[in-house]
Design a protein. Sequence first.
Length: 254
Amino acid sequence: MFAKRVAVFFPLVLAGAVALAGCGGAVSAGAPSLGQGPTGESPRVINVSGSGKATAAPDVAYLTLGVETRDEDAAAAVADSTERMTAVMAALEAQDIPAEDIQTVVYRMYLEQVPSPRQAPTPSGETPLVERYVVTNQVRVTLRDLDAVGDVLQEALAAGANRVADIAFAVEDTTALRREAREAAIADARAKADQLAAGLGAVVGAVHSVSEYGGAEPVYGVREVYGLGGGGVPVSAGELAVAVEIQVSFFIAE
């Protein structure tokens, strides 16, 4: 059986601060000054933030997997890695994954020192060390059929993959989600401005300025999967969210 650790990343929706800006600068909502200032001074505005979020099921998955080999001989470590990775690539191609959706993202070799299993400790009690070469070769696979994720992962493991660095689900095109989240943020900002103005005896006017701050890209991930179990590897795509935050300044109507 393999073990897996699941890491879920949610976008952060910041609670917006709300303030009134007066003729000399920002005036707190608790001490408003709503009258018209002398000519040449800053316009009277209400500054508010608005937050919006939209959710959707993911439509694409990204798998980063491959092989890691070790040997005291560098050439042997490379040869073992090449043989096993060739089998993994063949298994991926057998799943009808387009070549452009399989990309090598990691290939590295380094030297590690580990306790020798064949040598006894020295008279001083020190454990002899042996050097081994470690070769890592990983590819990133893009899958648009989410029902096939578990089977593809299982086939790669059966072919010799022993390292799954990441499984991430995402929405490939977030344009519609961001539009929905933006509309919710606009409505939120307007509602805050209307509430503040009504409570302070003012009327919201036209928009003075607006700025948008996007949230993090949505990703659910399954991290560091090892081992091999029976049947397709169980994975869950979950639901993803996109967050948008805006800052809006409204004129105070006369």
